[in-house]
Design a protein around this ligand. Structure first.
Ligand code: GLU
Length: 498
């Protein structure tokens, strides 16, 4: 193990968006590549936005995707607890340390007083170097007065004292140097009235205590990094390296992909089903849609990163090998669902039929399809190149298990020559006698009969196809005879003709 330590630090404020899974993936790939540690930390300090079930959802999603943390709630590790709500006392102590160092102060403004200040200060109002002298805090009030307020412990928060002329530099692995001036920043609250830290304080205290070396997170956190860097400096701690990932854009390329886009464009934007227990609507997941986790990971890896050549199919181990922060792009990555489906198809095609059969077995049971593993594997071999999703082997290929019910009579009427009916029935007899023969046997049987009686293949095959599957789009005809068996095939031919 190296000393590289990265963390995925989601807030359980709702189901984990697919963008969050990409963040987890990049952290995972980076950790594995450098033989480091991949940590899950639950950032649940915002009690108002906390959604029951969201933490379990995050864990279930990571587990399904195969991004299992080395440390985290329920995963062990020596740096716990990994749930911020269980670390309240730690943050408090550090917030007070910053006050003692003169880098933070107590503020006592009531919500009404802050509203009034905002109103008076106009649009650009900030609690900062300019305004803090006129507000109610331990810098503006006489000591006796603020100590009395502190004693009463009403509306007390701790705010960061951002120095006016300070220039703050962030070196981002993806974006390069980004600078902020202290005068642009506000005096962020770091400890709230309920004694809970805000995201900013908890985040940096934990990154420090958990010895995080690399922070890899969404672009939306870049502005807060200025405050974070400032706090590292105040504490005299070394800041981790920062990488801010590009946005995932809507399929149109216009704007950030949102959870509502799923319903709008007809695809999932969440890894697994969400039951809607946050009072929001339920959302479908990639898992239930029929995605293989490795296909989804391959797709997500390329949403904002590429290996620098035109290879597209990279399995997890290859991704680990090739992953590097300097190949992450700066610009937003367009979410292309067709591409995701294409990946799934590629992974499905490359998967051994026996493995597909194992995954199909429970689905078949749910769909009341009576088939053993051998038959499911046979069906997989016939259908996997024709579908995007696992369950479509059973859905599209339902006629491999049950009577075809959706028969294309229009084509039948065009193709069927009544004068050949007796030939069809004779072939049906031969087919029945062949029983459980293999594909090639059925082929030579039908073709042999056609040659012997001078019949054209083009007059026969469409009728057989329609009899067996109801459609002209089915898989290999003779394999269809083989999987159904002679008796069933024969019956289906007779049924259609009569
Ligand atoms: N807790 C933040 C979130 O919900 C992540 C912050 C971070 O990764 O630093 O996405």
């Amino acid at each position: 193990m190296s000393n590289i330590r990265v963390r995925f630090a989601p807030s359980p404020t709702g189901p984990l968006h697919i963008g969050g899974v990409r963040t987890a993936l990049y952290n995972f790939l980076f950790a594995r590549k450098h033989k480091g540690t991949f940590i899950l930390r639950i950032e649940d300090t915002d009690q108002q936005r906390y959604v029951p079930g969201a933490e379990q959802y995050i864990i279930d999603s990571l587990q399904w995707a195969g991004l299992v943390p080395d440390e985290g709630p329920g995963f062990g590790g020596n740096f716990g607890p990994y749930r911020q709500s269980e670390r309240k006392e730690i943050y408090k102590q550090y917030a007070h340390q910053l006050v003692a160092l003169g880098h933070a102060y107590f503020a006592f403004d009531t919500p009404e007083e802050l509203d009034a200040a905002r109103e008076a200060g106009g649009e650009g109002f900030k609690y900062n170097y300019e305004s803090r002298g006129q507000l109610k805090n331990s810098l503006s009030l006489p000591e006796a007065e603020w100590k009395a307020l502190l004693e009463k412990n009403e509306n007390v928060v701790i705010r960061l004292k951002v120095p006016e002329n300070k220039s703050i530099h962030i070196t981002d692995e993806i974006r390069g140097d980004v600078s902020f001036s202290g005068s642009e920043l506000d005096d962020k609250v770091i400890l709230k009235t309920d004694g809970m830290p805000t995201y900013h304080l908890a985040n940096i205290v934990d990154d420090h205590l958990m010895e995080i070396t690399h922070v890899i997170r969404g672009e939306e956190w870049l502005p807060s990094t200025a405050h974070h860097v400032l706090m590292y400096e105040f504490f005299g701690w070394q800041a981790p390296s920062f990488s801010h990932l590009p946005l995932i854009l809507k399929p149109t390329g216009q704007g950030k992909l949102s959870k509502r886009d799923g319903a709008k464009f007809g695809f999932p934007v969440f890894p697994i089903n969400w039951d809607g227990s946050d009072g929001d609507e339920p959302y479908p997941g990639f898992r239930e849609e029929g995605f293989l986790p490795d296909a989804l990971l391959n797709f997500l890896a390329f949403l904002g990163w590429n290996p620098g050549n035109d290879e597209e199919i990279l399995h997890k181990t290859q991704l680990i090998d090739l992953f590097s922060l300097d190949r992450i792009v700066k610009s937003g990555a367009r979410f292309d669902y067709d591409k995701a489906k294409w990946y799934n198809q590629q992974y499905l095609m490359a998967m051994p039929n026996e493995d597909i059969a194992q995954l199909l077995a429970p689905l078949a049971m749910e769909m009341n399809i009576d088939a053993n593993i051998d038959k499911l594997a046979h069906a997989a071999s016939m259908m996997k190149e024709r579908v995007y999703f696992l369950q479509d082997i059973l859905r599209t290929g339902y006629y491999l298990f049950n009577e075809p019910h959706d028969i294309d009579y229009e084509t039948f009427n065009k193709k069927f020559k009544p004068e050949l009916k007796s030939h069809f029935l004779s072939i049906a007899d031969l087919v029945a006698k062949a029983g459980n023969a293999d594909r090639n046997h059925f082929e030579s049987l039908v073709k042999g009969y056609a040659a012997e009686h001078g019949l054209k293949i083009g007059d026969l095959f469409p009728i057989f196809r329609l009899s067996l599957t109801g459609t002209m789009q089915g898989p290999d005809l003779f394999d269809t005879f083989a999987i159904l068996g002679g008796a069933t095939s024969s019956l289906r031919i007779q049924n259609l003709l009569n």
